[in-house]
Structures are given as C-alpha cells and as structure tokens.
Design a protein around this ligand. Structure first.
Ligand code: SF4
Length: 343
C-alpha cells in the first residue's frame, strides 16, 4: 500500500473529491476520508477554533482531527482562486495555517497552493510539486492530473443530471455505495426532467435551494435539508444542478461582477430560481458568521421582493441550531409554497 492521503469530508470536498481521489490514486496513493459529520466531529472542531470562525471551518477542523492516526498526510490545499479574475473565500487561503496552528495532532499536511486568478503557471507548479511527493516522473504526474480532470468532468455531468454529491459519487463508484444511495442515484440519472424527484410526500412542488455546498450537502450541518424536502414530496434543485452558463448569465445581471467564485454561482442560481418560473419556491440556507453570505443573502432578499410570486425564505445555521426548529421552518415553507401553487 502506498502513502495514505486523508481528505476531510468538509468544505470543497463536495466540489473536488472525485478529482483529488483520482489524482492521488493514479500516483499510487491510497485515499481515505473522514466519514460523515457527527456531533463529536463538530464538537472537536469547536474546541480548537476561535468563536468567530464560521461553522463550516469549525466542521473542517473536526474532520481533520478525525483523520489523525488514519493517514500519512492530510490534504488541505491553500485555495486562492479556481478561475481567472475571481477568488475563493479568504478563509480557504489560511486554512493550512489554521490547521497547523489549531490541530497539533493533525497528520502531515499537503498544502498545495491553487491560484488560477492570473495564469495557469502557478497551478501547474503546484500540481507538479504535489505529485513529486509520490513520484519523480513528470509524465506520470501529468497523466494523474488528466485522470483527475476527467473524473471532475464526469462528476459535473452527474450533478447536472440532478444528483447530489453523495449520489453522484456513489454512482461513479468513488464513495461507499449504500442501497439507498444507489437507488437515489439511479432515480436521479433516469429522471425525465434531469432532476431527482421527491419521495412520496404530498407537496409536489419544485424548490430551488441556494447555499454553499458544504452546508446544504452536509446532512448534519444542514439538518438533512435535501432529504427532508424530498420526504415532503418536493423536488430539489441546487446551483450545482444548473449548467454553469445559466448561473453565469444570471449573475451577470448584477451590475458589479461578484469576485467570489462560489458566491457568484449562488447569486446566479438564486436569480435564476426567482426569475425563470422553473421553481415554486426558493430557499436560501446560510452559515452564521459567513462574510460572503451576508452580501449574497441580502442581494437575493432584495431580488425576492421584486418576485413575490416565488416564496423565498432564509435559514441560517450555526452550531446551536436544533433539528426540530429547522424542520418546523421547512414544513411551514413547503406549506406556503404548496398553497401558493394551488392559488
Ligand atoms: S464562504 Fe462563508 S461559510 Fe464558506 S468558508 Fe467563507 S466564511 Fe465560511
């Protein structure tokens, strides 16, 4: 068995895990993840972080600690930018430093710096430097990178077909496959509308769900928002299920270009849900103490006022949020959406 690389199941795991896994495994490494978020993982993260840190960053710390003793390295990239003229939230830039400072028990860190804001040169250098931890062969590293990119493309197609990240990864065979996940993935892939349908509930409405992937797809952090909505009979569409061109076009309606990559995508998705008539309601889920969300949420609320025919609600989660409270709000929201639809 080669070197074991641990990938925390938090933050941009939901965007890039298939690519990272394919890359490290092509270089002979073995990849392990930290499992689903639990109360114990969150509590471990809270213990080592400052109060001001946002909930997803606290959760990430807990996942890193959960990997201690299970891997040789933990992958904590320093994500600065993943596209030209745009950036990822500054918390991602300091993540390796935060982990080093706060988690003395953490395994050795691979902190490749990903910065595509100006040129690809720095990115290529980072890929090669990371690959050289496993092999000296540049060709092998470049081939591993190509395999990673191909996995990411396949993953993006699965998401656009209406699968959640868990379903897409199960469908691709890059994550453990439970019977329930397999069924949901196949249902999503064969859905005629391209979007996974809700379960046997009574609502029969389509809800556009806007939120950072590491919030809405983390079943513990989001209090199972997607599953709950589906159980109420709603069909859920997220930003990742929309083509990139759609969210870019919608976000471009805002007079100033939003320079956070994920924030721009969320804004575009929110605008699309509110303006296009493709959903019956739009739900925004955000994390307490998130800087970018305070701006994106405010813009979306103002837009929602202009489109009163689409019910809009925001749910903010933090480490004290209780499942019962979220469930009550979800039920009330679906109720409003269903009644509005009947009217
Ligand atoms: S975008 Fe918000 S939730 Fe995400 S890491 Fe930054 S501050 Fe935290």
């Amino acid at each position: 068995m080669g070197e074991v690389v641990g990938i925390p199941r938090a933050l941009l795991y939901y965007h890039y895990y298939p690519m990272w896994k394919a890359f490290f495994e092509s270089l002979g490494g073995t990849v392990v993840t930290s499992g689903e978020t639990t109360r114990a993982i969150l509590d471990a993260g809270i213990k080592v972080t400052v109060d001001e840190a946002c909930l997803p960053v606290k959760v990430f710390h807990g996942h890193v600690l959960a990997l201690a003793g299970k891997c040789d390295y933990v992958f904590v990239p320093r994500l600065v930018s993943v596209e030209r003229r745009a950036f990822i939230c500054p918390k991602f830039m300091g993540l390796p430093d935060m982990i080093r400072c706060n988690c003395s028990d953490a395994p050795r860190i691979i902190d490749s710096c990903i910065n595509l804001s100006r040129t690809t040169r720095e990115y290529v250098r980072a890929v090669l430097a990371t690959g050289r931890m496993f092999t000296r062969s540049t060709l092998r590293i470049l081939a591993a990178h190509r395999r990673g990119r191909a996995a990411l493309t396949r993953y993006g197609r699965c998401l656009e077909s209406g699968m959640t990240p868990d379903e897409a990864m199960a469908f691709m065979g890059v994550a453990p496959l439970s019977d329930e996940l397999a069924q949901r993935a196949v249902a999503a892939a064969s859905s005629t509308s391209g979007v996974a349908r809700g379960g046997g509930g009574a609502a029969n409405v389509v809800i556009g769900l806007v939120g950072h992937p590491y919030i809405i797809y983390d079943s513990f952090v989001s209090m199972n928002v997607i599953r709950r909505l589906r159980e109420m009979g709603a069909t859920v569409i997220t930003a990742d299920m929309l083509p990139w061109a759609v969210t870019e076009r919608e976000a471009a309606r805002f007079p100033k270009r939003v320079f956070w990559t994920i924030g721009r995508r969320l804004l575009g998705a929110g605008f699309h849900f509110l303006r296009s008539g493709t959903v019956h309601g739009c739900l925004h889920m955000s994390a307490f103490a998130c800087g970018p969300e305070s701006l994106i949420g405010d813009i979306l609320e103002r837009e929602a006022v202009r489109h009163r025919d689409v019910p809009f609600a925001t749910i903010t989660v933090d480490e004290h949020t209780g499942e019962a409270g979220v469930l009550t709000r979800l039920e009330a929201f679906v109720d409003v959406v269903t009644r509005r639809r009947k009217q």
